[in-house]
Design a protein around this ligand. Structure first.
Ligand code: GTP
Ligand code: MG
Length: 374
């Protein structure tokens, strides 16, 4: 059997430099050998996409899931709907799962883990998924990682197999490294890093843990732009928020990626807060000006997308959706951010690419009180 890269799980080969898994022959024999791609990702932060698609990744995960006793499902708290979507749910509905909710360090303000768990229970109820347990984590800060080990020991007292699965970029490989207490698998800020399964034995247990490639959920705006813009949209630091009180017909854009037109006609203007990565610019204008900005691709106000991917982005088929959002509800843009209504209801026309998914949910964050008045 071919030896596998200990960073991403791909079979190592020394025949073709341009194919995945390449490593010169003399290095393949080394212990814990990693492919050239993993070396470049780990040492230079390179972006090296591979000719594998979402079906390849999903098939690999399906293969692994067959023999698992427990599945650790990692989701990104900041993009919950974008990382806990139908595709993933269809894979895990009949499994014993531990839901590991990662990246709580990115949530603005103080939010108690118990509060997050309560909110999650509501989301899970709708999905009909009943996990064995829920863990709130920030793998970056090593918060909650030991809790995962404890839970695995509890549910697998005699040992067994546990896979870590989830959407791309949620922190599965980071969790594996946290559990193994050493850098073992390749982690990258770009999605699509892990290519195949990588297996480890958790020290002092009979539990095997498996890193797996990420599932690519449908409808994430972050997947519709180039890799540089993806990095800007997927937050790496605390996300930004801005509160608005806008009159009918005013328009607000989230980067140039989505724009909303206020339709509410009440005398008292609705108040809402937008949340997204700090590098997504919120810009308020009117509809005519918005269309002008898009046709001129005015980078100053509509960032991202960048010059490189904006043609592609705006040449997609777009749609308009009208939503009425009640107080303490949120309008979620998968893979971009969300809007919380503080004083409502808010009636909006949402303009996004046709493939982007928009969801209404119960509010995760109460908006701040201070209001920007225009
Ligand atoms: N802020 C924050 N970033 C995190 C956390 N955990 C992981 N990351 C970052 O998220 C990015 C993706 O991490 P990976 O561990 O490679 O994610 P993955 O799920 O294995 O991704 P794929 O292999 O592409 O499916 C990296 O930039 C990590 O540093 C966390 O708790 N907080
Ligand atoms: Mg990975």
């Amino acid at each position: 059997m071919a030896k596998k890269c200990s960073g991403c799980g791909i079979e190592l080969q020394s025949e073709d430099k341009n194919l995945p898994g390449y490593l010169p022959e003399n290095k393949i024999k080394e212990k814990d050998a990693i492919c050239q791609r993993c070396f470049k990702i780990s040492n230079y932060g390179a972006y090296l996409p591979i000719d594998l698609n979402d079906k390849d990744y999903k098939n690999e995960v399906l293969k692994v899931l067959k023999k698992m006793d427990v599945v650790v499902v990692v989701v990104d708290l900041i993009d919950f709907e974008g990382s806990f979507d139908k595709e993933l749910i269809s894979l895990i509905w009949n499994k014993k799962i531990i839901l590991a909710v990662n990246k709580i360090d990115l949530v603005p303000g103080e939010k108690h883990p118990a509060e997050i768990t309560n909110w999650l229970m509501g989301r899970l109820f709708l999905s009909k998924i009943k996990p064995l347990d829920i863990a709130i984590m920030s793998v970056k800060d090593m918060y909650g990682v030991n809790g995962i080990i404890r839970k695995l020991r509890h549910f697998l007292p005699n040992g067994g197999d546990a896979a870590v699965i989830g959407a791309t970029n949620v922190g599965k490989s980071s969790l594996i490294n946290g559990i193994m207490k050493d850098k073992k698998v390749t982690v990258s800020k770009y999605p699509g890093t892990t290519l195949k399964t990588v297996k480890f034995g958790i020290p002092k247990t009979k539990i095997n843990i498996y890193d797996t490639p990420g599932i690519i959920p449908k409808g994430r705006i972050s997947d519709m732009v180039c890799e540089d813009c993806n990095l800007k949209i997927v937050p790496s630091g605390e996300i930004s928020r801005k509160t608005f009180k806008l009159k009918k017909d005013r328009v607000i854009s989230m980067g140039g990626l989505a724009w909303l037109k206020i339709l509410t006609e009440y005398e008292v203007s609705p108040i809402f807060t937008l949340y997204a990565s700090k590098e997504v610019i919120f810009h308020e204008t009117n509809e005519e000006k918005m269309k002008e900005l898009i046709s001129e691709k005015t980078q100053e106000f509509l960032k991202p997308p960048c010059e490189k991917c904006s043609d592609d982005y705006y040449n997609r088929e777009w749609k308009k959706e009208i939503h009425e959002i009640e107080e303490n509800q949120e309008l979620v843009f998968k893979g971009l951010g969300w809007l919380t209504v503080k004083r409502g209801p808010l009636m909006v026309e949402v303009n996004v690419p046709k493939d982007a998914e928009i969801i209404i949910r119960d509010a995760f964050i109460e908006p701040k009180r201070e209001v920007i008045d225009y």
